[in-house]
Design a protein around this ligand. Structure first.
Ligand SMILES: Nc1ncnc2c1ncn2[C@@H]1O[C@H](COP(=O)(O)OP(=O)(O)O)[C@@H](O)[C@H]1O
Ligand SMILES: [Mg+2]
Length: 250
């Protein structure tokens, strides 16, 4: 059982190729981290997996527990168990946080099934407590006027509530102070399970002090150019991406 990406190629609408053959297998139970310089295609990879329409897949495969997901729309992939915490979470004016999450959960139920409101709010409040989020965030419009750190925390709240099979987090640590980072890590660690895989995109080794990855990959120029264990993140922090010059000729 894994989220498996094989030789994935994707381009912008104007034909510019961004992903140039990415292969990555994320078995359930594992945490994989992707690091790499700005503009290497990390966010594009996460959005292509989630099914964003602004990219055209020109080659390769993405399978979720053996099922091809590339023909699925964004909502269908979400219901199949993929969750993407965005680098820049969108605001949803006029929709309260509590109703937004509830609607997402309701969409996963069979026809005629209804969410139990009491159980829903209990679960929501428990998870907000875990993330040290004030209850006032249930009534506020999704991400509207939230600080950068509050938006990131809210993405993790959605993730905790939806209990996806595969969690992709795009620079969730960027813009967080150290206390918020620890809280986010606590939320993620609470979700770690043999039934769930994680892909963490990060610029900083420090997130990986709190969420221990099983594997670390380096992405450059639309490809994974190096893979290793947690020690690779430490090495990158120390030495930077200079070594890429040898691996990716200009
Ligand atoms: N929708 C888009 N329109 C134009 N350029 C894009 C778009 N999405 C990505 N790119 C370009 O693709 C490259 C990779 O971007 P991105 O995936 O955001 O990199 P990373 O997340 O690694 O910093 C960048 O050069 C970026 O400008
Ligand atoms: Mg990015």
């Amino acid at each position: 059982m894994s989220l498996s990406i094989q030789d994935l190629k994707a381009s912008l609408e104007d034909g510019t190729e961004i992903l140039k053959g990415v292969s990555l297998d994320i078995p359930k139970g594992e945490v994989h981290a992707i690091m790499g310089p700005n503009g290497s295609g990390k966010s594009t990879l996460s959005k292509v997996i989630a099914g964003h329409e602004s990219y055209e897949v020109t080659g390769g495969n993405v399978t979720l527990d053996g099922e091809d997901i590339l023909d699925m729309g964004i909502d269908e992939r979400s219901r199949a168990g993929i969750f993407l915490a965005f680098q820049y979470p969108a605001e949803v004016p006029g929709v309260s946080n509590a109703n937004f999450i509830r609607a997402a959960l309701q969409a996963r139920l069979a026809e005629g099934e209804e969410i139990d409101a009491v159980a829903y709010y209990k679960d929501l409040y428990d998870k907000m407590d875990l993330l040290e989020m004030d209850r006032k965030f249930t009534a506020r419009a999704v991400n509207e006027g939230f600080s950068g750190g509050e938006k990131k925390r809210n993405e993790i709240l959605q993730m905790l509530m939806l209990e996806p099979k595969y969690c992709i987090m795009d620079e969730t640590d960027s813009g967080l102070d150290i206390d918020a980072l620890k809280v986010v890590a606590k939320g993620v660690n609470a979700m770690r399970s043999p039934d769930r895989g994680f892909l963490l995109i990060t610029h900083y080794q420090r997130l990986l002090d709190y969420i221990k990855p099983d594997h670390v990959h380096v992405m450059a120029d639309g490809k994974i150019v190096k893979s290793g264990g947690p020690e690779l993140a430490l090495e990158l922090e120390e030495k930077g991406y200079d070594f890429l010059k040898e691996l990716v000729p200009a």
